[in-house]
Ligand binder design. Structure first.
Ligand code: ZN
Length: 373
């Protein structure tokens, strides 16, 4: 009798496991490209420029899926130093982008939804501010609107990331030389106070560029606001994001003291929240293409540290089936929000050899900041 019961329980377990086998989403992308192969410059402590690249929501699972979609190659494969980042914030195990990005930007963990402020709500200043004080040029290029958390983490200060009118107004005095992203409506028509922040930025000395052509022609300091909200999706915007990053590097690198630039593949996270594997992956692939451009430039320059990481992991994605040769993935999302799995950190260039091990997100931020000198 016992045996029969045990067998019955086992059979039930097997049936219920099979029932729980998730439905996989299969995807193969038209967004494939050749990667660059670059020679890493010698390891010295002489770092003139830093390009800090953040894939919002980009965990190792997402990178692995992108790698399969692009037939087993990514520009991230060029990075020889890799570590892991723990992303929890001071009052929650699972962070948001406000707290996750602030820890990277300012080297200090903070409370959930805080943007450029400490857990006690005092202002925190990012590596861009450190760099400015040393006479370096600074820049930000993102695919999201400027009221989104990560660009605000580097440029603005608020204890609540959805105080977006106040956050946008902070750009007027942020002192960052090159700003490129989306979200014109957040500067103008979305406001309840009637202010037009583009006019205030112009009065503060910024050249305001509202098209790609204007951005490519404008001198520093410049704010390029190239869409009403987030930039168009990766497949529709073509090379726009790459051009925004390249123009920033071109302008900022004229400073012989060097520059620090934050580049974000912002919308990876948005699409993963919606469990949209196609658009999430295309955003990640466009981010990796841009990483390739950055590495090509940095290899010629020889004095640039490139760091790539994520503020947190989104979507509890699993890669459960697929075909490397055909570039097909079969995936399942277990969540539509953030999770607490550690995210990868990649570094390349002078100083990169120190970027190994398992550290807190704030310690990775401090390590990057240690090269701002
Ligand atoms: Zn998110």
């Amino acid at each position: 009798m016992k045996k029969v019961l045990a067998f019955g329980a086992l059979a039930l377990l097997l049936v219920s496991c099979k029932d729980k086998e998730p439905q996989l989403q299969y995807y193969q992308t038209p967004f494939t490209y050749d990667i660059v192969k670059v020679q890493e410059p010698p390891q010295t402590n002489e770092v003139r420029n830093i390009i800090f690249m953040i894939g919002d929501g980009m965990g190792l699972e997402q990178v692995s899926c992108a790698w399969v979609l692009n037939h087993g190659k990514l520009n991230l494969d060029n990075f020889s130093s890799v570590g892991l980042s723990r992303t929890w914030c001071t009052n929650e195990l699972i962070t948001d982008s406000g707290a996750g990005g602030t820890a990277l930007a300012a080297g200090q963990k903070t409370g959930y939804s805080h943007v450029g402020t400490a857990a006690d709500s005092t202002d925190l200043y990012s590596i861009l501010v450190d760099a400015s004080k040393l006479g370096k040029s600074t820049g930000v290029a993102v695919t999201c609107h400027f009221a989104d958390a990560t660009p605000c983490d580097f440029c603005c200060h608020n204890e609540f990331r959805y105080n977006q009118e106040d956050l946008i107004a902070d750009y007027v005095t942020c002192g960052v030389d090159y700003l490129a992203g989306g979200g014109l409506d957040w500067f103008t028509v979305n406001r309840t106070d009637g202010r037009d922040i583009t006019k205030e930025m112009a009065a503060a000395g910024y050249n305001v560029a509202l098209t790609e052509e204007e951005l490519m022609a404008a001198d520093l300091p410049v704010v390029g606001i190239l869409s009403p909200d987030n930039l168009p999706v990766a497949l529709e915007r073509g090379d726009l994001f790459r051009h925004m990053v390249a123009r920033g590097i071109e302008m900022l690198s004229k400073n012989e003291n060097g520059f620090v630039m934050m580049v974000e593949g912002s919308c990876i996270d948005d699409w993963l929240h919606g469990n949209d594997i196609e658009k999430g992956m295309e955003e990640l692939l466009d981010f990796d293409r841009t990483i390739g451009d950055v590495l090509e430039w940095a290899a010629k320059d020889g004095h640039t540290l490139v760091v790539v990481t994520a503020d947190h992991n989104t979507g509890a994605l699993t890669l459960q089936d697929g075909n490397l040769e055909e570039g097909i993935i079969g995936v399942h999302f277990a969540s539509d929000s953030h999770n607490g799995i550690a995210v990868p950190v990649y570094a390349w260039g002078p100083g990169s050899a120190l970027f190994t091990g398992i550290r807190e997100n704030e310690d990775w931020g401090k390590l990057v900041a240690s090269f701002v000198k």
